[in-house]
Ligand binder design. Structure first.
Ligand SMILES: Nc1ncnc2c1ncn2[C@@H]1O[C@H](COP(=O)(O)OP(=O)(O)OP(=O)(O)O)[C@@H](O)[C@H]1O
Length: 283
């Protein structure tokens, strides 16, 4: 029996070949995130009900809807951050790369490596720029100095920060501008080679120029990852999203109203609630 049981750290396999390769063009369009009949409750309050939703490889999905309809709560079930919220009860199924992330056997540390998260306010560690990337890499077993240096350089290059910070890697991360800090946070997630990136209003604390830089970055990462971006900024959703999921409150509970390609949701929404929201008549 023991031979059949994977070692705990293998529950979310580290070997990329056993996960859907996020960059494999053959898989573009495959559903990497599959959510079925998901409901979320905080104590007795049901905040999200009966959601069926999938997000595809190599695409950006924008999650839109008014405040309080459960967008952040939805994201928190994908990397099990919801486990940390007292009174939060989740039902339904969430599969990422075919793995049921709610399975009690799943190694949550490995899950969060594969499903990175970026928050509204940049939250670099109060350490040097270098240590912000080195710490998570070391925690996940990368200890070779040359490999660490290579991974730090390549990741900072992938978010367009390398030239801006290469001469001050040992300066505090908090000395960077807000936009640079957010790019560092994205680099910190990317250093662990995630397959999915969750972004919760990633630009709402940034000025328009930094917002533009982050949007370009997300568009450039599209080939490598599945991205799910919560945003209140409909113009931003139009600029970056391939797909859009629109949520709304019905009888005090968040519901998925409509999901489709961005062009359809913005130009030919089917549901009257979506029509009113994208036209700016509600919400
Ligand atoms: N930790 C918590 N404990 C209790 N209730 C919570 C908790 N987090 C969120 N809620 C409630 O769940 C509902 C959905 O909140 P959530 O933050 O998921 O919505 P949202 O659509 O992301 O909102 P916003 O756009 O304002 O960020 C709200 O009524 C909120 O008060």
């Amino acid at each position: 029996m023991a031979e059949d049981v994977p070692a705990r750290n293998d529950c979310i396999p580290m070997n990329p070949t056993t996960w859907p390769p996020a960059t494999d063009p053959k898989r573009a369009g495959d559903a990497v995130v599959q959510i079925e009949r998901l409901s979320i409750q905080y104590d007795s309050q049901c905040v999200l009900s009966d959601v069926d939703l999938s997000a595809d490889a190599g695409r950006i999905m924008a999650v839109i809807g008014p405040s309080g309809c459960g967008k952040t709560s939805l994201l928190s079930t994908l990397n099990r951050l919801c486990d940390l919220v007292p009174g939060c009860h989740v039902s339904g199924t969430v599969r990422i790369g075919g793995i049921d992330v709610r399975d009690t056997d799943v190694d949550v540390l490995q899950l969060r490596r594969r499903v990175g998260m970026i928050f509204q306010k940049p939250n670099p560690f109060p350490l040097s720029i270098r240590r912000n990337l080195e710490l998570p890499l070391r925690e996940h077993g990368v200890i070779d100095r040359a490999v660490l240096a290579e991974r730090i350089e390549s990741t900072l290059k992938s978010v367009g920060l390398w030239d801006e910070v290469k001469d001050r890697l040992d300066r505090p991360a908090l000395s960077l501008s807000g936009g640079q800090q957010q790019r560092l946070c994205i680099a910190r997630a990317l250093a662990l080679q995630p397959h999915v990136l969750l972004l919760d209003e990633p630009c709402s604390a940034l000025d328009p120029i930094s917002t533009g830089v982050i949007e370009e970055l997300l568009l450039g990462l599209r080939e490598r990852l599945t991205q799910i971006v919560v945003t209140h900024n409909l113009a931003q959703a139009r600029r970056i999203a391939d797909d859009v999921a629109f949520f709304w409150m019905k009888n005090g509970t968040g519901r998925l109203i409509e999901r489709g390609p961005a062009e359809q949701i913005f130009e030919k929404p089917r549901d009257p609630l979506t029509q009113a929201y994208v036209a700016g008549r509600s919400g």
